[in-house]
Write a protein that binds this ligand. Structure first.
Ligand SMILES: [Fe+2]
Length: 213
């Protein structure tokens, strides 16, 4: 009962707190002097041709729509770091992926699109390099494993364009041509660690640190 009454802002705060408490602490990162750089992967043909009017970091609601996007709720976050583990604040993280039907938005009109799904969102990392998004688990489309596209534009650094994957989809990941191209360490660097919360409204929590050269 209470779950259905949780506000959007409340959900984001809770997700952020969970991420902070989830083992991505400064100590663990600072001791590692040689973090694996997040590998670059193709942008693909579905980066928005025109950014939508609503580009916030909650992709589950588009503009003033009252209804939520269809699909399993996914809260996604981590930190943006340099190769020495120092957090990069003020970096813009852009995220885009397909809806539950496997349809990308803001590219071509499609009758199969979930109109309540925002399709694209962006946010600026905080002082500790944190980023977070609220979205849905993407659907599948022919020829790919499930994935989420992202870009990181950090001041003074070359833009990183890549994709992230689910640790629960390893069988499909290992059949995916783009994922298979990566080394073992690079695969780990783009594979989210996920867990599904229990309760009336389960949420998938995904975590991934992004390391920018
Ligand atoms: Fe894609």
């Amino acid at each position: 009962m209470t779950d259905s009454r949780i506000t959007r802002r409340g959900m984001m705060v809770r997700a952020g707190a969970a991420l902070c408490a989830g083992g991505l602490g400064v100590r663990a990162v600072a001791q590692d002097d040689s973090l694996v750089i997040t590998p670059r992967q193709t942008e693909g043909p579905f980066y928005p041709r025109r950014k939508p009017a609503d580009t916030d970091n909650d992709l589950t609601a588009f503009g003033a729509a009252n209804q939520r996007a269809k699909g399993d709720l996914l809260t996604l976050g981590g930190r943006v770091l340099d190769s020495r583990g120092q957090p990069l604040s003020g970096a813009r993280v852009e995220l885009w992926h397909c809806d539950i039907h496997g349809t990308y938005h803001h590219v071509d009109a499609s009758s199969q699109a979930d109109q309540n799904f925002q399709g694209y969102g962006e946010m600026i990392t905080d002082g500790e390099g944190h980023y977070r998004f609220r979205t849905i688990k993407p659907g599948l489309y022919t020829g790919r494993t499930r994935h989420i596209h992202f870009k990181v534009i950090a001041p003074g650094r070359r833009t990183l364009t890549s994709q992230m994957y689910f640790d629960t989809d390893m069988e499909q990941n290992l059949r995916d041509g783009i994922y298979r191209r990566l080394s073992g360490a690079e695969r780990t660097a783009v594979t989210m660690k996920t867990r599904r919360t229990s309760g009336k409204t389960p949420v998938i929590e995904g975590r991934l640190n992004i390391v920018v050269a």
